[in-house]
Design a protein around this ligand. Structure first.
Ligand SMILES: CC(C)(COP(=O)(O)OP(=O)(O)OC[C@H]1O[C@@H](n2cnc3c(N)ncnc32)[C@H](O)[C@@H]1OP(=O)(O)O)[C@@H](O)C(=O)NCCC(=O)NCCS
Length: 216
């Protein structure tokens, strides 16, 4: 672990990640990289360069990718891994994490989240404000669980999924890779084809699916 942290992405999501890093009180310096030249600072923390320039900081800084789009976050984390950068995990002090929970690098766990025992959360995930993920779940890589989502016990969520704000998933469900669950959706049976699903209970609305994840 280094004494300094760079957060890649200084807009809304990156700012919340920085706020969590400040609460964690583990780094002497926290700053951003961002491609938008109009953003010079955020939360009083400086933007010190463009995201493509991360390589020059690799010896001195830990990194976190604060970008909401699952695809973009994945692309940047993979570049960081290729140069052996130290990629950290951010866990808000007011999140409740049960025993036997594994959280992989590049994942953020936001305020008010509850993750119950024996659940695993993969690389580069976002477990957003106030979400709950119950026991024995397997949340794979680059998944975004939006604010206020409730995931019951023994649920498996595939890579690159986006679970929209306020959605619920009942217990013993498997969701395949590249699925979007719309806000407020309720998942009561397995989802085996990528696509966008909405409603109560959810039904597929778009089969091409995943491209929508980059829209925020
Ligand atoms: C499901 C979702 C991805 C669809 O986005 P989209 O493809 O841009 O869809 P549109 O907004 O064009 O809506 C298409 C139709 O679906 C309906 N719709 C969209 N989202 C819906 C939802 N969650 N539940 C029910 N109906 C929904 C719209 O009302 C619209 O209906 P209409 O054709 O009768 O007018 C999006 O609406 C959503 O729920 N995103 C989650 C946002 C979120 O969780 N943000 C948190 C970020 S931290």
């Amino acid at each position: 672990m280094n004494k300094k942290l760079i957060i890649i992405g200084a807009s809304g999501h990156g700012k919340v990640c920085a706020d969590i890093a400040l609460e964690m009180n583990q780094w002497e310096e926290i700053c951003f990289l961002d491609d938008n030249e109009n953003i010079k600072e955020s939360l009083g923390l400086s933007v010190i360069g463009k995201s493509s320039g991360f390589e020059q900081f690799v010896d001195e800084y830990d990194f976190f990718v604060g970008i909401g789009s699952n695809n973009t976050r994945k692309r940047i984390i993979e570049k960081l891994k290729r140069i052996n950068a130290s990629i950290t995990t951010l866990v808000h002090p007011n999140a409740i994490i049960g025993r036997d929970v594994e959280i992989q690098n590049g994942t953020v766990i936001m305020a008010g989240v509850v993750i119950n025992c024996s659940t695993s959360i993969g690389e580069g995930c976002i477990i957003n404000t106030g979400a709950t993920v119950d026991h024995d779940c397997d949340i794979n890589e680059y998944v975004h669980i939006s604010p206020g989502v409730n995931v019951a016990g023994t649920v498996n969520i595939g890579n690159n999924c986006w679970i929209g704000i306020g959605a619920s998933i009942i217990n013993n469900i498997c969701i395949c890779n590249d699925v979007i669950i719309g806000s407020g959706g309720v998942v009561v049976s397995n989802i085996v084809e990528r696509g966008t699903y909405i409603g109560v209970p959810v039904k597929v609305v778009k089969n091409e699916g995943y491209t929508y994840c980059s829209s925020f």
